[in-house]
Design a protein around this ligand. Structure first.
Ligand SMILES: C[S@@+](CC[C@H](N)C(=O)[O-])C[C@H]1O[C@@H](n2cnc3c(N)ncnc32)[C@H](O)[C@@H]1O
Length: 227
């Protein structure tokens, strides 16, 4: 078990408190709206690092079924309490049959992965043809990125284990794993010190606290010999 996973086990009992805070509630709404806009309306999906299941609960609907996966037992117990289908496991070795899923999404998780490329390879294996992978990440170049780096460097139990990424870095990780970005949006354009959160979806820039990218497997080019 990584130090990050141990940390999530320890903070699980208070993890969702932030979403009750007036600012946290707006951040949740902004992130939920952004993820919702970049995942398919129908099909069976997987949330890797689903934590307490707070996103899966809101994003599930009649024709869009979501399975929660997380290595932190304490976080997953919360997801079960939300009546979510929950599997204990890591994204690095998905306990999912090949070519099963219509989509996968990940919310503030790549920051805590030792090897994001390995996780993306696994996502590709478990997805049907053209299954999408949507990733929400903290924008390393934003004011929110600065804040989380700062609290991490001061020993925050969770963010001391985080590695933040820029949009270009995430794009490269995806390309290395055989995915291509097809769409992207940014939100949280207001800074962490502003209580009124800007929840609009925009073209990604350094102003956005979080960026959401949608990707799909890159088709291998076939080479035909001309006679
Ligand atoms: C910041 S939390 C995000 C939880 C949830 N997605 C949310 O936004 O409320 C990061 C989650 O990633 C999980 N995690 C850490 N390492 C992981 C791994 N290798 N595979 C899958 N999930 C992992 C942690 O247990 C934790 O629940």
């Amino acid at each position: 078990m990584t130090e990050a996973i141990k940390a999530f086990n320890q903070v699980a009992h208070t993890y969702d408190d932030w979403y009750q805070h007036p600012q946290g509630r707006q951040v949740f709404e902004a992130e939920l709206n952004a993820v919702n806009s970049l995942i398919p309306e129908t099909g069976l999906g997987l949330e890797i690092g689903a934590g307490t299941g707070i996103f899966a609960e809101k994003l599930s609907k009649k024709d869009r079924k979501i399975v929660c996966l997380d290595p932190s037992k304490a976080m997953l117990i919360k997801a079960r309490m939300r009546h979510q289908v929950a599997i204990l496991g890591v994204g690095d070795w998905l306990p999912i049959r090949r070519k099963t899923l219509a989509f996968t999404y990940i919310v503030t998780v790549i920051e805590f992965l030792k090897d994001p490329v390995q996780v993306f390879f696994q996502v590709k294996e478990s997805g049907k043809e053209n299954a999408t992978l949507t990733i929400l990440f903290i924008n390393s170049e934003s004011r929110w990125g600065e804040l989380y780096r700062d609290i991490g460097s001061k020993g925050d139990p969770v963010f001391q284990h985080a590695r933040l990424y820029t949009l270009n870095e995430v794009r490269k990780l995806l390309e290395t794993s055989g995915f291509i970005v097809t769409d992207s949006v940014g939100t949280l354009t207001s800074g962490p010190m502003e209580m009124e959160v800007d929840r609009t979806l925009r073209k990604p820039s350094v102003e956005n606290g979080v960026i959401i990218v949608k990707s799909k497997p890159q088709k291998l080019k076939s080479f035909h010999k001309s006679s």
